[in-house]
Design a protein around this ligand. Structure first.
Ligand code: PRT
Ligand code: ZN
Length: 282
């Protein structure tokens, strides 16, 4: 029995999806065909267009899939989001001409071009705005320039596409990243494989969010320094050969990193080393 996963065939999520599986110790041979079987994990990989993945998962053609949240919400299929994967980050934004004044009220009666009519309609309904949605499948950013619409609703990551088309970001209506989704019907055996995969995925994700830190501390400052370092249980403290000094080892959250380093220095820590963690099991 193999668990079937659908990932994007070629596009922005393809490389990161394969890399994530690899970091989970799952080998996948050649990603150019329609499907591939892992030689060292009970997983079969289907390579598909991202827009089709929610439907295939709902229909149990694939058991699970990796796709952007934007696609999950737009397609609105009967699938469950299991885990955010931390890549493919972008936002779905309303954008208008660079020189226009933007307000929600000003959208009333306007034409908005988008490839995300479902999400956009949801936003307009919540805000009690009546606007005309023009669905187009690509190059949405050119719509105002050719007179098709006054505003657009499109994915943005760096913002350079908007800028080079004379547009400005007016409002974010959804933050998105790649997620792991599953269908409703999985037998016991497939569920067990999924649990193993999730265990590995979480270990990889945890590791990315954390750093291993080693530092030297004068013993009379140990209490203060330890209070800054929660660690997985509590920090490890080892005596240095030089008397009056200790070596402190711990794990810190990537997000608190610069803040904590600054405080540690102020508290008298020296020789601070910060190293990446490859896998982390709590
Ligand atoms: O062929 P297939 O249908 O599988 O691929 P696709 O062309 O539909 O999708 P693809 O590969 O472009 O994107 C796949 C997923 O990546 C999306 O569904 C999002 O979840 C995610 N993602 C992350 C993005 C972006 N960032 C992104 N910047 N998807 C698209 N863009 C486009 C955006 O539409 C705009 O044209 O990039 C442009 C804006 O980029 P910036 O950097 O100029 O702001
Ligand atoms: Zn697509």
């Amino acid at each position: 029995m193999k668990l079937k996963i659908a990932i994007q065939k070629s596009g922005r999520l393809s490389e990161d999806s394969l890399r994530l599986l690899k970091e989970c110790g799952i080998e996948i041979s050649n990603g150019s065909k329609l499907k591939s079987t892992s030689p060292n994990f009970p997983l079969e990989v289907f390579f598909l267009r991202d827009d089709d993945i929610p439907q295939y998962v709902e229909d149990s053609v694939a058991d699970i899939g990796i796709v952007g949240e934007n696609v999950v919400f737009e397609k609105n299929k009967d699938v469950q989001v299991l885990e955010q994967l931390g890549f493919g980050k972008c936002r779905l934004c309303l954008a208008v001409g660079r020189n226009e004044e933007y307000s929600r009220a000003a959208l009333q009666g306007k034409r908005i071009a988008t490839s995300y009519p479902v999400i956009l309609q949801g936003f307009l309904d919540r805000e009690n705005i009546t606007a005309e949605i023009h669905e187009i499948s690509g190059s949405v950013e050119i719509a105002p320039g050719i007179g098709l619409a006054e505003a657009i609703c499109d994915l943005v990551s760096t913002g350079s596409t908007l800028l080079s088309n004379g547009l400005k970001e007016a409002e974010t209506i959804l933050h998105s990243q790649a997620v792991l989704i599953r269908g409703k019907q999985l037998n016991t055996e497939k569920n067990a494989i999924l649990e193993q995969l999730l265990f590995r995925l979480r270990a990889v994700r945890q590791a990315k969010n954390n750093k291993y830190i080693l530092l030297n501390a004068p013993n009379h400052k140990l209490d203060q320094i330890i209070s800054l370092l929660p660690g997985m249980k509590s920090p490890t403290v080892l005596a240095l050969a030089t008397s009056g000094w200790s070596s402190v080892h711990s794990v810190i959250d990537e997000n608190d990193f610069w803040n904590i380093i600054q405080q540690l220095k102020e508290a008298g820590a020296q020789g601070i080393l910060v190293v990446p963690i490859e896998k982390m099991i709590l």
